[in-house]
Design a protein around this ligand. Sequence first.
Ligand code: CU
Length: 120
Amino acid sequence: MGKTMIHKTLICIPMALMALTSLPAAADMDMPMGMHMDSHAQAKTHEGKGKINSVDAKAGKINLTHEPIASLDWPEMTMDFTVQDKASLANLKPGQKVAFKLIEARPGKYVISEIKASGK
Ligand SMILES: [Cu+2]
């Protein structure tokens, strides 16, 4: 009986040491996970197509009738958008078809991050 108990104790010590030495390694593995979370913090981009109804280049606003945007679960709509870069509206005119990208500037507020004429 006594012999068996000693034997078990001896086996348990190396295992306990291994468990302790593996702790710093586990801490190191948190770093890639932190970076992964950072990449998720970036705004998701949604792509859409539409037709211009009106442009207010000075205000950086454009009114579009856009096709359904599946990634946002939006139906076809006519709506005003704010454009991040006013200069991108310089050559756009009512009646033109456009392709654009939307980002969520703040919760529920989508702005156009990129817009360009698409075809004729
Ligand atoms: Cu809309």
